[in-house]
Design a protein around this ligand. Structure first.
Ligand code: 5RP
Length: 223
């Protein structure tokens, strides 16, 4: 079992019968969803909501009972991956492009458990490019405003030669901040810029991190 699988499996130990569970996105959340699927097959009764079309598809294949947001008044627990985690449990997310739904689901949840392999554990956020979701209308203006404000390398995300379009029909700008000394300040600044829908900084949201080590053991941190 590799670190991602170990972390994903361990986090599912928090899932109890009757809970409503948010299903994260990415190659680590994948293992948590697989494990939830196994437990559902064994008789576990839960409700689930997915954070992306990809996770929705996977959950459907595993017969995990999925519900629309309109039918979910409250989420007990969400298990999701991260691209970077700092000691205060601030995160960079959105490497897989699902940051907006991930943040909406996480904020609706009593508890966000982050699952990641140990390579995501960093002292300072920012080595990973920060994903910023922007509306397509006048996205060049938003890009220019971002460049003027921050003067760091940034580019629109492309996949297979075409601009990457999120599940919400928006674009992503990936920005190389290098070192984000004050994630909370940057999070608030970015959120205040017109044209930006949201960004991959999750500050003060996660309360438990499950880090999977290469040897298959896990380290659990709670704040
Ligand atoms: O935020 C995400 C998707 O938007 C993912 O959770 C993040 O990119 C981590 O993915 P992985 O577990 O594949 O490394």
């Amino acid at each position: 079992m590799n670190g991602k699988q170990a972390a994903g499996y361990r986090a599912v130990e928090w899932v109890q019968p009757g809970m409503t569970v948010g299903l994260g996105t990415g190659s680590t959340a994948y293992w948590a969803i697989q494990r939830i699927g196994e437990r559902v097959k064994e008789g576990l009764e839960i409700k689930a909501i997915a954070t992306s079309k990809a996770s929705e598809k996977l959950a459907k294949e595993l017969n995990i009972p999925l519900f629309e947001a309109a039918d979910i008044p409250h989420i007990d627990l969400t298990i999701d991956g991260a691209d970077e985690v700092n000691p205060q449990m601030a995160l960079i997310k959105g490497g897989g492009g699902a940051l907006l739904r991930e943040k909406m689901v996480a904020l609706k949840s009593d508890k966000l458990i982050v699952v990641a392999d140990a390579s995501k554990d960093v002292e300072v956020l920012g080595n990973f490019k920060l994903p910023i979701e922007v509306v397509p209308f006048a996205c060049e203006w938003t890009f220019e405003n971002l460049r003027k404000q921050y003067d760091v390398p940034m580019e629109f995300r492309y996949r297979d030669g075409s601009i990457y379009v999120t599940d919400n029909g928006n674009y992503i700008v990936d920005a190389s901040f290098g070192r984000i000394e004050d994630p909370e300040k940057l999070a608030v600044q970015l959120k205040s810029m017109t044209g930006i829908v949201d960004h991959g900084l999750f500050v003060g949201i996660a309360e438990t991190v499950v880090l999977g080590n290469e040897d298959g053991t896990v380290t659990v941190r709670t704040r």
